[in-house]
Design a binder for this molecule. Sequence first.
Ligand SMILES: O=C(O)[C@@H](O)[C@@H](O)[C@H](O)[C@H](O)CO
Length: 409
Amino acid sequence: MKIVAADVFVTSPSRNFVTLRITTEDGVTGIGDATLNGRELAVAAYLKEHVAQLLIGKDPHRIEDTWQFLYRSSYWRRGPVTMAAIAAVDMALWDIKGKLAGMPVYQLLGGASRNGLRAYGHASGSDIESLFDSVREHLELGYKSIRIQTAVPGIKAVYGVAAQAQASGERYDYEPAGRGAFPVEEDWDTRAYLRHLPTVFEAVRNEFGPELPLLHDGHHRMTPIQAAKLGKALEPYDLFWLEDCTPAENQEGLRLVRQHTTTPLAIGEIFNTVWDYQTLIKEQLIDYVRAASTHFGGISPLKKVMDFAAQYQIKSGFHGPTDISPVGFAAQLHVGLAIHNYGIQEYMQHSDKTNEVFEQSMTFVDGYLHPGDKPGIGVEFNEEAAAAYPYQQAYLPYNRLVDGTVHDW
Ligand SMILES: O=C(O)[C@@H](O)[C@@H](O)[C@H](O)[C@H](O)CO
């Protein structure tokens, strides 16, 4: 069997998505997600100009061989653009394999290790009352674990806090990428944040009790010693995890954080390869792997990093914001269902427009996700609906400190 076509689609139903569709000579199709928030067209060009023609004539069954060929033959390894492109090919080939086998992808990865996947949602508020309302809303939706993000007094805009109530069908807990020709500038003050956050967690614990698993995302903005201080200060509130407490590229920095706190740590949404996790896993500097299938080279390497992490009792906590398309999201649900060391899945929920373009078969019932039992990944791409939503330029925001210095966002 041979691949006869590889088509790339860029569509913007509420937000931008890059999708690859591979077609075999028998007319079987597979789809993959190549969305890289704010840099979508770079991945689309990488796929269209450099990868599509290499796939024509290849045997779609040879997933590992095609992955290694794309990774090694380019010579220039790693990086988010390359790895998102390879991820889309990998997912599309798993999708095809599942369709040909008549099985959902999780069956091909070893079968289900659990009945459903525990998910967490994003509660946020500009003050304590609106935060409590948001937590209640998420509990009503069935979430059994909740991420807490709040405004910080004195700071105008903070990562993770929904700016306004969304219109019906546009349920975004938080959508950071703003449409426009230049990134929005936000401000930041770490000392104000460090003073404020423990008081927020104290209030949430007092209101919602000790049982509810609570998470928080530091979004790369602290130095190791600041992160250590925060982890320690949050210990009385028993967090499920503190995420991205420091910029991820400084792996050694986590040693310092670890020396000072028992708050569990999650990191890695900006990682692209298994090698980015080498030190963190071998030295047990983290508790949860935050990779996303879309930015990590697809289903194949995600399964590999989790098997490596399993030897160190490190669990999954795959990145699941709305900038991972329903295809990439479903792809990692299959991995999560199959692996033994599943931890939790971030789940923000896509908009109605997105769901019109990507018809999903996954379910979210009583706080648990399931990828569904359709052969392959279980998502259908509606090309006609996609064409009605052309690409729109969008950028993630960036931060400046009070003196004008650019800071991690
Ligand atoms: O934990 C998360 O979900 C975030 O860190 C993301 O929302 C991140 O900001 C976006 O994926 C950026 O595109």
